[in-house]
Design a protein around this ligand. Structure first.
Ligand SMILES: Cc1cc2nc3c(=O)[nH]c(=O)nc-3n(C[C@H](O)[C@H](O)[C@H](O)COP(=O)(O)OP(=O)(O)OC[C@H]3O[C@@H](n4cnc5c(N)ncnc54)[C@H](O)[C@@H]3O)c2cc1C
Length: 443
């Protein structure tokens, strides 16, 4: 990997997300060698991915080069690598660019979409965890309207303009609100020769409330906002299948749709090699103690979405949100510095819940703070301020802020571009899969 040997202890961090970056910033100024590995060369600000999917922001404004975040630290090394396995007995990780020894290893690999074992839904639905996935969704939404304009079949047109979002957590709600605003403000202008009033935005939730992790006040208000925007909310309904055309549920409700967006769950993105028997919990996260040390290991730690630290207040682990990852990254940084440099004992982690928020659309947001709960325009400004504050990079903040002001004044979302057609890409992939068995038969 071309990383120099030094007398400093080497801390290897897998993942340049919220947790990994917060930790690296704490360690890189110290007398230790910090190596951060990520399969992308950029940090993704996932909370704004839905704005990329719906043409509100360009992808570059919510992603930031990891090298640039930490370029001023001489003991910091970044490598673009996919980590494949951990060999704890040898203190080594194996990656697609070769092996690397570590003194301390921190897993900050985040989470991936959880389809709860439903392969059919996994094969046919759209997800939004990464920038390329958000761009796929943006392309598909736009391609659907282009195709709807060309088809004579009313049924096909309806299916192309029917959007089904599964999961009414913040991601599902924010996406539904954004699609509803596109339907109102943009589609009639872009497609005057298509009856876009027939477009439907559906959000399906298995439980009896939306935004389950928030207060009932926030949930009720968000529901009112979505209804105001014309979104169909289906509660107490579980999606059971989707073959690419028909969504089935556990009730009589079915949807004919060309687009199912799965926002119904995440699971820890674990790395192979860590003994799964004892330390992987039900949501596929590594069980850690209150110093973030992975159970059963002395030099391996986990932070953020992939870590499950239980306590009386959080019997199933902390919520998989950015604040937990950032706070754990900073805290572990302090603990490692004290432990490695001064041989001081580590301090237990305590999560400071600063609140939860979600936006439904223009002037419509809900905020639950530990002491106050509020909704509406002020909540929307708070939501924007907080997101700008946590966005990495001054340029990104300026670009996002300018875009928001522009979109607000003009009622517009100008990044509605099909840069990389999704349907063509998918068709090519399916063709490739179709051809595979034949190739094998021939050989
Ligand atoms: C669409 C969406 C919206 C969200 N909205 C909010 C919100 O509004 N508020 C909020 O608090 N939270 C939100 N979250 C959750 C929040 O983004 C996560 O909790 C947070 O990103 C977790 O941080 P992390 O550091 O644990 O992991 P991540 O930020 O996910 O970073 C993990 C990193 O690890 C890398 N990686 C993974 N596996 C490997 C491997 N094998 N080899 C190399 N690199 C690897 C990935 O490329 C990634 O860069 C949202 C998430 C999504 C997907």
């Amino acid at each position: 990997m071309n990383i120099p040997q030094t007398s400093y202890p080497r801390v290897v961090i897998i993942g340049g997300g919220f947790g990994g970056v917060a930790l690296a910033k704490k360690l890189a100024k110290q007398e230790m060698q910090v190596v951060l590995l990520d399969k992308h060369n950029y940090h993704t600000f996932q909370p704004l991915l839905y704005q990329v999917s719906t043409g509100g922001l360009e992808p570059d404004s919510i992603a930031y080069p990891i090298r640039k975040i930490l370029s001023k630290y001489p003991n910091f090394y970044f490598r673009l690598a996919n980590v494949e396995t951990v060999d704890a007995a040898e203190n080594t990780i194996h990656t697609d660019i070769g092996p690397l020894k570590y003194n301390y290893l921190v897993l900050a690999t985040g989470s991936s979409t959880n389809f709860f074992g439903n392969k059919e839904i996994e094969a046919n639905s759209m997800i939004m965890k990464t920038v390329p996935e958000a761009l796929n969704l943006r392309s598909l939404i736009l391609e659907n309207f282009e195709e709807a304009l060309l088809t004579d079949s009313i049924d096909r047109q309806d299916a192309l303009m029917n959007f089904v979002i599964v999961g009414a957590g913040p991601t599902g709600v924010e996406l539904a609100g954004a699609l509803a605003e596109i339907k109102r403000g943009i589609l009639p202008k872009d497609y005057p020769d298509l009856d876009t009033r027939r477009a439907q935005i559906n959000i399906v939730q298995s439980g009896d409330m939306i935004l389950k992790g928030m207060s009932s006040q926030a949930s009720k208000k968000a529901e009112d906002y979505l209804e105001e925007l014309g979104v169909n909310i289906w509660k107490n309904t579980r999606v059971t299948g989707y073959d690419g055309d028909l969504v089935t549920t556990n009730t009589d409700l079915n949807f004919n749709t060309a687009t199912l967006i799965w926002a119904a769950g995440v699971k820890g993105e674990t790395v192979k090699g860590i003994d799964a028997k004892d330390c992987i919990t039900f949501s596929n996260r590594f069980k850690v103690n209150n110093f973030n040390k992975v159970e059963g290991y002395d030099t391996i730690f986990a932070i953020g979405d992939v870590a499950c630290m239980t306590s009386e207040a959080y019997p199933h682990g902390h919520p998989m949100v950015a604040q937990v990852a950032i706070q754990q990254g900073k805290h572990l940084g302090e603990n490692l510095v004290n432990f490695i440099e001064a041989n001081k004992s580590m301090k237990p982690f305590t999560y400071k819940d600063k609140g939860t928020m979600a936006t439904v659309g223009r002037n419509k947001a809900v905020v639950d703070m530990p002491k106050y709960k509020f909704q509406g325009m002020f909540a929307w400004f708070v939501w924007m301020f907080v997101h700008l504050f946590f966005l990495i990079g001054f340029r990104n903040r300026v670009v996002v802020f300018t875009n928001w002001v522009y979109n607000y004044i003009r009622f517009d979302r100008e990044a509605r571009l099909i840069i990389r057609p999704y349907k063509k890409q998918r068709a090519a992939l399916l063709r490739e899969l179709d051809n595979k068995p034949k190739d094998i038969e021939m050989s």
